[in-house]
Write a protein that binds this ligand. Structure first.
Ligand code: C2E
Ligand code: CA
Ligand code: CA
Ligand code: CA
Length: 278
């Protein structure tokens, strides 16, 4: 028994070392990407579901890598959060997204950019200042910046999030709840949050026409949004059938591959110019 325990302990230690070494390596790689300006934002249009007009875009981060091409956020956000590098990274995202939105407002009035916030950023007391700095540097109106809070981050930390959200609302920002429906938020709490928009998680949208349950959830979220005077946006809309179904509900906006994948800024500019001149 003793030998077994010792082996387990050794195994555990070597796992820890591997993890620690991998972390050091990956955080160095992330740090390099930041220092070498290899962070890049792609933008996915958010569209009025009835008119098809682009209202704004969600900014989605990637890393440019000479060998791997573009690295997707799923592969580095967790490490960035664990190492704290999400803080400088998140500040860059805010700054760059606001700068870009301001530029796109020369093509389309009132263009809104949505930026994802990590739960780690929400614990950072400097976050409101970082947001204010991004707005000031870009001269973007606060109404044209939307901040996305995930439902799970909100429910982990209700009191603090309420305080942070109230501050942001006082500044004039728009707030949304991302991945809505996945995070067990209590409806009695929801009405207290000064939120403008519910983003219906793409898992429900994608399964909505397969069985009854997901359709019922989507309908319930749309009604909830109506009852609370919140906009609802369906994420991950991939087919015409899904779009038609959503139009039949009172769902307000859509985002998904059906309309467009997330695009590099120059391609997004072309798309925006084209749809504006029609
Ligand atoms: P998210 O915020 O839920 O973003 C939506 C994800 O769904 C994006 O993946 C988008 O490309 C993808 N998507 C959009 N439409 C469709 C569709 O029709 N079908 C399918 N299958 N997928 C669709 P992406 O860009 O890989 O981002 C993944 C996640 O990484 C995001 O999920 C978000 O949680 C995180 N993330 C991205 N950028 C940032 C950032 O700047 N800061 C932070 N903290 N997290 C970010
Ligand atoms: Ca999001
Ligand atoms: Ca989402
Ligand atoms: Ca409708």
């Amino acid at each position: 028994k003793k030998a077994l325990e010792t082996n387990c302990y050794r195994f555990y230690r070597s796992e820890m070392n591997m993890h620690a070494r991998a972390m050091v390596k990956m955080s160095a790689a992330l740090r390099n990407a930041i220092d070498e300006n290899r962070l890049v934002l792609h933008y996915q249009p958010q569209v009025n579901i009835d008119s098809g007009q682009i209202i704004g875009a969600e900014a989605l981060i990637r890393i440019k890598d000479s060998k791997q091409g573009l690295i997707s956020p799923a592969d580095f956000i967790p490490i960035a959060e664990e190492t704290g590098l999400i803080i400088p990274m998140g500040e860059w995202v805010l700054k760059e997204a606001c700068r870009q939105a301001k530029q796109w407002q020369t093509i389309q009035n009132g263009f809104v950019v949505a930026v994802n916030l990590s739960p780690v950023q929400l614990h950072q007391p400097d976050l409101p200042h970082a947001v204010t700095r991004a707005l000031q540097q870009s001269q973007l109106a606060p109404e044209c910046l939307e901040l996305e809070f995930t439902e799970s981050a909100i429910m982990n930390n209700v009191e603090d999030i309420l305080r942070i959200m109230r501050g942001f609302k006082a500044t004039g920002l728009q707030l949304s709840i991302d991945d809505f429906g996945t995070g067990y938020s209590s409806l009695s709490y929801l009405k207290h949050f000064p939120v403008d928009k519910l983003k219906i998680d793409q898992s429900f949208v994608q399964n909505m026409l397969e069985g009854d349950n997901d359709a019922a959830i989507v309908r319930a979220i749309v009604s909830l949004g109506q009852a609370l005077s919140m906009t609802t946006i369906a994420e991950g809309v991939e087919t015409e059938e899904q779009l038609i179904y959503l139009r039949g509900l009172a769902c307000t906006e859509m985002q998904g591959y059906l309309f467009s994948r997330p695009l590099p800024a120059d391609e997004f500019t072309k798309l925006l110019s084209k749809t504006q001149s029609v």
